[in-house]
Design a binder for this molecule. Structure first.
Ligand SMILES: *Cc1c(COP(=O)(O)O)cnc(C)c1O
Length: 356
């Protein structure tokens, strides 16, 4: 029986990607060895790394001004690697506080320079994206493009000449980025919308580097990894391979424009039902609703557990909301099929007819 995977991360991948990954665990390429037991310096793996990087460049239209890295330590390590590498101790960076992940990024950045929190939606339970003016003196502006826990997402990016640093962990590759040159750094833990857990995609504009005078440990210095094509030390070979497969899948399925149309259509089906159904209500402000993480509640606390049991009986996995928001969260990443959203919607209708 097929399950419908609505988990927030690690999350759904296309079946074809997992089948190819499984096959490579058996034997990879023409080597007669498993992908799990080959050298990261073998020409076969070097080709994987190169293809993964090339696909990222192609899908996002990146120029040579940017480096593409596959690192470890999760998006959480980028919370400190970004300021450590590009914020000199007397410099100021601006942060927009849109939830748990932004708050964590702010805490780490304060270790390295002056941090101005330009706006926060904390008072409103992070249910919307504040849009502050961005002063010109900032070294960079940090945003969280999609707030995985609260279900809010930037629909357009701030209009500023300050380089934007974006945590795109939960919406990387969900749509094309019109003006990539606005961005100084983009980072994303792979395990939401790209691949399995174990690697973090980091895209850095190279001219931002080399301008701080603090000592940076070798492993935490972007320049180390740029010079060695993400293979200064042993990279996470298997997660990078699966990310590459997933990027191939994205390209073969039409790229980011097509993916955006699918994602918007999937999200619309679900939000329309949340708005129509007398039992449910959306959490996020309408104009900031995420097309990746759809958060909603039920109007009768007694029914919350019942609805979760009901959908679980019908093969829906991972619908429980984050503990800090409660209710439900449907993570509908790139690889989640439209049929899965229709299945959830039909269960919401059925539950309404049982309980309204
Ligand atoms: C999950 C998540 C993180 C944390 O990612 P790790 O790779 O576990 O460190 C950071 N930011 C956002 C927006 C996330 O969704």
């Amino acid at each position: 029986m097929t399950k419908h995977n609505f988990f927030a991360g690690p999350a759904v991948l296309d079946r074809s990607v997992m089948d190819q990954a499984a096959s490579a665990v058996g034997t990879f390429d023409d080597m007669g060895l498993s992908i799990l037991e080959i050298s990261h310096r073998s020409k076969q793996f070097v080709a994987v790394m190169e293809e993964a990087e090339a696909l990222v460049r192609e899908l996002l239209n990146l120029s040579d001004d940017y480096a593409v890295l596959f690192l470890t330590g999760g998006a959480s390590s980028q919370f400190f690697m970004v300021p450590m590498n590009i914020l000199a101790s007397g410099d100021t960076a601006g942060y927009v506080d849109t939830g748990t992940w932004s708050t964590k990024a702010i805490k780490e950045a304060k270790l390295y320079g002056n941090i101005e929190v330009l706006a926060s939606s904390k008072e409103d339970g992070f249910n919307h994206i504040p849009k502050p003016d961005v002063p010109d003196h900032l070294r960079y502006l940090h945003i969280t493009s999609n707030n995985t826990i609260y279900g809010t997402q930037y629909k357009g990016f701030p209009n500023t000449s300050v380089p934007i640093v974006a945590d795109m962990s939960s919406d990387i590759f969900n749509r094309p980025i019109d003006d990539i040159s606005k961005f100084g750094v983009i980072y994303a833990g792979a395990q939401k919308n790209l691949g399995p857990a174990g690697t973090t995609l980091v895209i850095v504009r190279k001219d931002l580097l080399g301008k701080v005078d603090r000592q940076i440990p070798t492993m935490l210095n972007y320049e180390t990894h740029i010079a060695k094509n993400s293979s200064f030390n042993t990279p996470p070979v298997f997660p990078i391979y699966v990310c590459m497969l997933s990027l191939r899948w994205l390209k073969a399925n039409g790229g980011l424009k097509v993916m955006q149309a699918k994602n918007d259509a999937k999200a619309k089906v679900l939000y329309d039902e949340i708005d129509r159904n007398s039992l449910f209500a959306g959490v996020a402000a309408t104009e900031d609703r995420s097309n990746m993480n759809v958060t909603f509640t039920i109007n009768n606390a007694d029914l919350e557990g019942k609805f979760l049991d009901f959908v679980t009986e019908h093969d829906i996995m991972g619908l429980k909301g984050h503990r800090s928001v409660g209710g439900f969260r449907a993570s509908i990443y790139n690889a989640l099929k439209t049929e899965s959203v229709h299945h959830l919607v039909s269960l919401m209708k059925e539950f309404e007819s049982m309980h309204a």
